[in-house]
Design a protein. Structure first.
Length: 80
C-alpha cells in the first residue's frame, strides 16, 4: 500500500524528487508517494536533519514517528 506524504518548502523536497515518486508539486509544496515501509522506517531519518525548514502535514503517524526519533536522539545526547 502506498501512502501520501505531504510537506511544504521546496528546498528539502528537491532531494526526495529523485528518490521517490513525486505525486504533485505546486509552489511551496510537494506530495510524494512512498511505500509504507519506506515511509515509517527510512523517511523520518531522512527528513529529521531538515528540522524546521519543512513541514510534514500528513500522515499523522509520520509526524509522530519524527517526534519519537527526535526525542530518542535528544535523550541519547542529554547529560546524565
Amino acid at each position: 500500500m502506498k501512502k501520501t506524504c505531504r510537506r511544504s518548502s521546496a528546498e528539502p523536497a528537491q532531494a526526495l524528487v529523485s528518490l521517490y515518486s513525486l505525486e504533485q508539486r505546486i509552489p511551496g509544496e510537494a506530495s510524494f508517494l512512498l511505500d509504507e515501509t519506506m515511509l515509517y522506517r527510512y523517511a523520518p531519518y531522512f527528513l529529521l536533519p531538515y528540522g524546521r525548514s519543512l513541514t510534514v502535514r500528513v500522515p499523522a503517524a509520520l509526524k509522530q514517528k519524527l517526534a519519537a526519533v527526535a526525542a530518542d536522539t535528544s535523550a541519547y545526547y542529554a547529560e546524565p
